[in-house]
Design a protein around this ligand. Structure first.
Ligand code: SF4
Ligand code: MG
Length: 319
């Protein structure tokens, strides 16, 4: 079986200025068909901006976004609309992202208003029922409104809507972080099943390395709008090279038979990062437990560590 690799964002250099906030700076990511890329970082690191840029909801201030060979940053109007069909977004908030005045059937069917040629009008109701079934909802409940569903069920509605256009890529922006812990695993399992069934590639965004561990083939760790480490899941989880990645890993929930759900002490110290006032040199230096004098003035570049494809932006990485 030949695996076809193609870039989703080949050499994408995104440079986005939101007021004085530098949300993304030189972010470059690639994704192969059927692959899951986990993007991890604290709030304010630019993850949601990246999600919106990748799905062409926002334009990059400058730079390029190439998805499946399509230069989204250069497209407009109907051309951009057609391209967007291939890359759909699953939102973080299953409460705020569904219109409370629309029935579930109307919500899931809505993408066909923008892409009317995809499914003929007469077949849409049937398609909506199929989509609801695929995400584990009762198709007979399609006339109900969002408030009649639980948070987990609403996220399933959001996923059904994202699948309506048969995309190649789902960008999931913290799809489980607004949900109860007991429901999170169900949604992650659903996404895993859909990946096989629909041959999807995922960009799975999370603030916690633990959430993407189960799904991700590759991981990119972001800090203040930059990718500070990227590599295969085993490189990043087992051979983390950047002090920030190590801090995130040590903060991840550790299975403890005595008291389930307890967390190991967080190594990270200092103020949460402000994207408005990015420290000079290595932007992580005020919180870095191993910073040296050079870190305050020299910005490290993303450079190979040990294995091919494993990169880290730290003066001490790989030494
Ligand atoms: Fe820490 Fe320096 Fe590496 Fe930045 S470059 S992560 S401050 S050691
Ligand atoms: Mg966010």
């Amino acid at each position: 079986d030949v695996v076809r690799h193609f870039p989703v964002t080949r050499g994408a250099v995104l440079r986005r200025v939101v007021g004085r906030v530098r949300a993304l700076d030189g972010v470059s990511l690639t994704l192969a068909r059927g692959e899951t890329l986990g993007i991890v970082g604290e709030s304010g690191c630019g993850k949601s901006t990246l999600a919106r840029v990748l799905t062409a909801l926002d334009r990059p201030g400058s730079g390029e976004v190439t998805v499946l060979g399509m230069p989204l940053h250069r497209m407009r109007g109907s051309e951009l609309r057609r391209a967007r069909r291939h890359v759909q977004l699953v939102f973080q908030d299953p409460y705020g992202s569904l219109d409370p005045r629309m029935t579930v059937a109307e919500i899931v069917r809505e993408p066909y208003e923008v892409h009317p040629d995809l499914v003929p009008r007469g077949r849409r109701e049937e398609r909506v029922r199929e989509l609801l079934e695929v995400v584990g909802l009762n198709p007979d409940h399609s006339g109900r409104f969002p408030h009649q569903f639980s948070g987990g069920q609403r996220q399933r509605v959001g996923i059904a809507r994202a699948l309506a256009l048969r995309p190649d890529v789902l960008v999931c922006d913290e799809p489980v972080s607004a949900l109860d812990v007991s429901v999170q695993a169900q949604i992650v399992n659903l996404l895993e099943r859909l990946r096989e069934e629909f041959r999807l590639a995922y960009v799975f965004i999370a603030h916690d390395l633990g959430v993407v561990r189960h799904l991700a083939d590759r991981v990119a760790v972001m800090y203040l709008g930059r990718v500070v480490e990227t590599g295969s899941a085993s490189d990043v989880y087992e051979h983390a090279a950047h002090p920030y990645t190590r801090a995130l890993l040590s903060a991840a929930p550790v299975p403890d038979p005595a008291s389930r759900g307890t967390r190991r002490e967080i190594v990270l110290t200092g103020e949460p990062p402000s994207p408005v006032d990015v420290p000079p040199g290595c932007s992580f230096h005020p919180r870095c437990p191993v910073a040296v004098a050079d870190c305050r003035r020299l910005p490290p570049v993303l450079a190979p560590v040990a294995r091919p494809g494993h990169l880290a932006a730290c003066h001490l990485a790989g030494r």
